[in-house]
Structure formats: structure tokens, C-alpha cells
Design a protein around this ligand. Structure first.
Ligand code: HEC
Length: 165
């Protein structure tokens, strides 16, 4: 009886996991996006991965006692350029309705004014960062990197589905 009960519990847990699990990134791996919306969502995620890598390179460098200024400067230019390009990564139809797994919330398209403001904040702070990076003032760069990071978080908090715990 006890054995049967635990079996039942097990199958319940398994059933719940099936019901609760949406299409995961792993399921989509290797599946090439076919529609325009899915392709755009895929490309957007690749662009964000790159932007994330660029910003991480900057922050890692600025943690060092003697940061490599050439590296910070060149990454700062990339960051600014991707901030400028960012609005083009969100064509209509590339949200959840694309059926491609995306963390982009529908509010991006339903509240374009608020979204544009979040984009603008990143562009302003990334542009400032690029100017400061060229100046060679490490303390100022560190402070400005914080400001940039705040704009990433600001947009993610409003417009990106939070990561599962
Ligand atoms: C104006 C809004 C906005 C700003 C600003 C923004 N992001 Fe994002 N970011 C998003 C959205 C929306 C997604 C989800 C995209 C998707 O899943 O289709 C995302 C996803 C990401 C991802 C995950 C990509 C993936 O699929 O693996 C990374 C990494 C990322 N952003 C880094 C950054 C960094 C670093 C900054 C700041 C330098 C930044 N973002 C600024 C909106 C923003």
C-alpha cells in the first residue's frame, strides 16, 4: 500500500512537471525559426547575447586594478552601437505570438512610448560611457558602467519575462 501510494505520488509529480513545463529553450534547440516573427525573435536573442558579452567584458575589465583601456574603449563603441540598433530588434510579430520562445513581453508593443523611453535611457548612458571610456578616467568609467547597468535592469524589470528560479 505504501509502495502504491509513493508510486501515485511519483506519477502525480511527473504529470505536474509535464503540465507546468512550457516549451523550453532545449526543446527549440536545433529547430531553425521559419516564420519572419520567429526569425526576428531568434536574431534579437543573438543580439542580446552579444550585447551581454560586450557589457560583461567591460565590467570584468573595470574590476582590474589596471584596466586595459584599449579594450574598454573598443567595447564601449560596440555597446553604444548596439544600443542605437536595439529598437530595430523588435519588429511587430516577433513577440510571444511568433510562437518562438521569447522573454519579450507583449507590453513592448502595447506600450511603445514607455518602451521607447527605456531604450532611450540605455542609449543616453551608453553614449556617455563611450565618451568617458575615451577620456581614460577609470573611476568615472566604473561609475558610468553602473549607470548603464541600471538601464539594462530597468528595461528588463518592465519588459522581459523574469528568469525562472
Ligand atoms: C529597452 C529594453 C532593454 C534594454 C535597455 C536592455 N534589454 Fe536586455 N533584453 C530585453 C528583452 C525584451 C529581452 C528578451 C528578448 C527575447 O527573449 O526575445 C532581453 C534579453 C537580454 C538577454 C538574454 C538574451 C538571450 O536570449 O539569451 C541578455 C544577455 C540581455 N538582454 C542583456 C542586456 C544588457 C547587458 C543590457 C544593457 C547593456 C540590456 N540587455 C538592455 C530588453 C532590454
Amino acid at each position: 500500500m505504501a509502495f502504491q501510494k509513493s508510486l501515485l505520488a511519483l506519477s502525480l509529480v511527473a504529470g505536474l512537471a509535464l503540465v507546468g513545463g512550457s516549451v523550453s529553450a532545449a526543446d527549440q534547440k536545433g529547430k531553425a525559426p521559419t516564420t519572419a516573427g520567429a526569425k526576428a525573435a531568434y536574431t534579437r536573442q543573438e543580439n542580446f547575447k552579444q550585447q551581454g558579452a560586450v557589457f560583461k567584458a567591460i565590467r570584468d575589465e573595470l574590476k582590474k586594478d589596471v584596466p586595459n583601456m584599449a579594450l574598454v574603449s573598443s567595447q564601449a563603441v560596440k555597446l553604444k552601437n548596439s544600443a542605437i540598433a536595439l529598437p530595430t530588434w523588435f519588429p511587430k510579430g516577433s513577440g510571444p505570438e511568433s510562437k518562438f520562445e521569447t522573454d519579450a513581453k507583449p507590453e513592448i508593443w502595447s506600450d511603445p512610448v514607455k518602451f521607447a523611453a527605456a531604450v532611450k535611457r540605455l542609449q543616453v548612458e551608453a553614449t556617455k560611457f563611450q565618451t568617458i571610456a575615451a577620456s581614460g578616467d577609470v573611476a568615472a568609467m566604473r561609475a558610468q558602467a553602473q549607470a548603464v547597468g541600471g538601464t539594462c535592469k530597468g528595461c528588463h524589470d518592465s519588459f522581459r519575462v523574469p528568469e525562472e528560479k
